[in-house]
Design a protein around this ligand. Structure first.
Ligand code: HEC
Ligand code: HEC
Length: 490
């Protein structure tokens, strides 16, 4: 069951813990014998690329990203060219995987503009100011199914977020993005409009698309056009159907929450888990991993992905990209781009005295016991019993709990399953509005059980918002406010 990620305290742990008594924040192990501040600034390796901006066009280099990967191929030693290729991949790369029929996407956008918004803005997507192919950022042309063109989700759908101060940041979670309801709009709406049998579907899912159905009902020519646009797809293998149970899950997820291993993704582990899109900045590099005494980068909520490169390998496999053609070298620009992302400085100022109190409490209240790695992530994995948060994820890809991936997934090439949970990096938390791995907690005040926000309020498996009592019990309200001010300042 375990993946061998046992805690390997570095030789420097004991010595640095003693040295760290005087430090303001607790310290991490350092095999080199020095002290590491988890929240120390990282060197900037972004070659001056714009990664945060209030202007989307600027973030997309006003269209100059087109052709970036060809330019890098022609100049393979040019790091800036490589990162630009990585940026292009972040917005547009499909890894040659098949996606959802493009006709479906175009028909829904054209016929239901009010209900889904231009570029699916009602579902939290952003229009692309630098392309006129009608696709929002985060949807890009993908491999055809039979002869039907498709589009697929790119990194930007989930990992390009708008921060509370209005800036767009590569690496910020897009909490606005209603992935589940977006899938229902695309998959369920045409089906129900054509079959006219809403009673055969989950009531919550029907409620989620009701405005779209009402619009179609009000204008019979829309239904006719849906029929003629989609008729060629029927029987092509490109149309997806969902069970009522899956429909219900899609209808009930909060923004930026999802289960990766569920239709329409062709791999289904039969376990309904909910993952929150995390921040993907501040990931430790190999040097930091070694100095902190971590086994590896411990990515994904299960901590099972050992590096961004390995995570991307898994992504290509799960999304049915052409794995043989997407070797490490070809994935490298995107990996390097992700490794160059840094938590953007918060623009909302916190009370300085409170921040300092919170910084001290972070060590004194025991937070550093588990958040002492780079950027406040943990240096080992945790059992669900230790943390007390919803534990359905324990059986992710492993419904029978035997430590082997289920449902025909080839364990070759995938990192081992852990059955455990990682403690996330905390730097840049000011850009997050949902907390815990399943996004079940809607504010830091709720996470800290402050001002009468007692948890749990939800006990339904997968959705549960209990646990992580370290931020609830044994702290005064003043302590909690100070810790929150500190967390919003890093
Ligand atoms: C449809 C939404 C979606 C898309 C598309 C997507 N991600 Fe993610 N990403 C997630 C979610 C959800 C998680 C958390 C998964 C988990 O651990 O269960 C995640 C986790 C990650 C992590 C791990 C971060 C950490 O600290 O543990 C990295 C790195 C990452 N994604 C990078 C990417 C890249 C690069 C792409 C594009 C190739 C991408 N993702 C595409 C939703 C998405
Ligand atoms: C025993 C280990 C442990 C201790 C002690 C601990 N944490 Fe955590 N923390 C975790 C783990 C593991 C998670 C992920 C839990 C989950 O998502 O289900 C987490 C999650 C969090 C999150 C949510 C981050 C996100 O992106 O969702 C915050 C904020 C946080 N911890 C702050 C603190 C603070 C502040 C303290 C001290 C008062 C503290 N933690 C003490 C292990 C710990």
């Amino acid at each position: 069951m375990m993946n061998g990620h046992s805690f390997r305290p570095g030789v420097g742990v004991a010595a640095s813990s003693i040295l760290c008594v005087a430090a303001i924040v607790g310290c991490t192990a350092d095999d080199g014998g020095g002290i590491v501040d988890p929240f120390a600034a990282q060197p900037d390796v972004s070659e001056g690329l714009v990664l945060v901006s209030d202007d989307l066009s600027e973030l997309l280099e006003h269209g100059a990203l087109e052709g970036a990967c060809e330019r890098w191929s022609a100049a393979p030693d040019d790091r800036r060219a490589m990162l630009q290729c990585g940026k292009w991949m972040f917005f547009y790369e499909s890894f040659e995987a098949p996606g959802v029929p493009r006709a479906l996407v175009e028909t829904v956008l054209r016929e239901l503009p009010e209900e889904v918004g231009p570029s699916f803005e009602r579902y939290g997507m952003f229009g692309n100011p630098t392309r006129d192919d009608g696709l929002p950022l985060g949807l890009a042309p993908a491999a055809p199914i039979r002869d039907a063109p498709t589009v697929t989700f790119t990194c930007a759908s989930c990992h390009l977020g708008r921060m509370p101060d209005g800036r767009f940041a590569i690496g910020a979670p897009n909490h606005e993005y209603q992935y589940g309801k977006h899938i229902l709009a695309l998959v369920l709406t045409p089906l129900v409009a054509i079959t006219q049998r809403p009673d055969q579907h989950d009531p919550d899912a029907i409620a989620a698309i009701q405005p779209l159905l009402d619009r179609i009902e009000s204008d019979p020519t829309i239904r006719d056009r849906l029929l003629s646009d989609l008729a060629p797809l029927v029987g092509s293998g490109a149309m997806v159907t969902l069970s009522p149970e899956m429909e219900r899950h899609y209808a009930t997820w909060r923004g930026s929450n999802q289960d990766f291993l569920m239709a329409p993704v062709p791999l289904d582990d039969g376990i309904h888990t909910i993952s929150k899109v995390p921040t993907i900045w501040g990931i430790p590099n190999e040097d930091e991993i070694r100095r902190a005494g971590m086994p590896d980068a411990m990515l994904a909520w299960t901590g099972g992905a050992t590096s961004v490169g390995r995570f991307l390998d898994g992504f290509v496999v799960l999304f049915q990209g052409v794995h043989e053609r997407w070797d490490h070298e070809r994935l490298r620009p995107l990996e390097e781009l992700v490794m160059a992302l840094r938590p953007p400085a918060p623009t909302v100022a916190q009370d300085a005295e409170r921040v300092e109190t919170g910084r001290r409490l972070f060590a004194d209240a025991g937070c550093t016991g588990c958040h002492d790695g780079p950027r406040g992530g943990g240096r080992r994995l945790f059992d669900y019993e230790e943390i007390g948060t919803d534990d359905v994820m324990r059986r992710w890809m492993d419904p029978d709990g035997d430590g082997q991936p289920c449902c025909g997934i080839d364990s070759e090439g995938l990192d081992p399953l852990t059955g455990r949970l990682k403690s996330p990096r905390l730097a840049g938390l000011h850009a997050s509005r949902l907390f815990l791995h399943n996004g079940s907690v809607e504010s830091l005040e709720d996470l800290f059980c402050l001002d009468g926000h007692e948890r749990p309020t939800i006990t339904e498996p997968a959705y549960g918002d209990g646990g992580h009592r370290f931020t609830c019990d044994g702290l005064s309200d003043d302590d909690k406010h100070a810790l929150i001010a500190f967390l919003r300042s890093i």
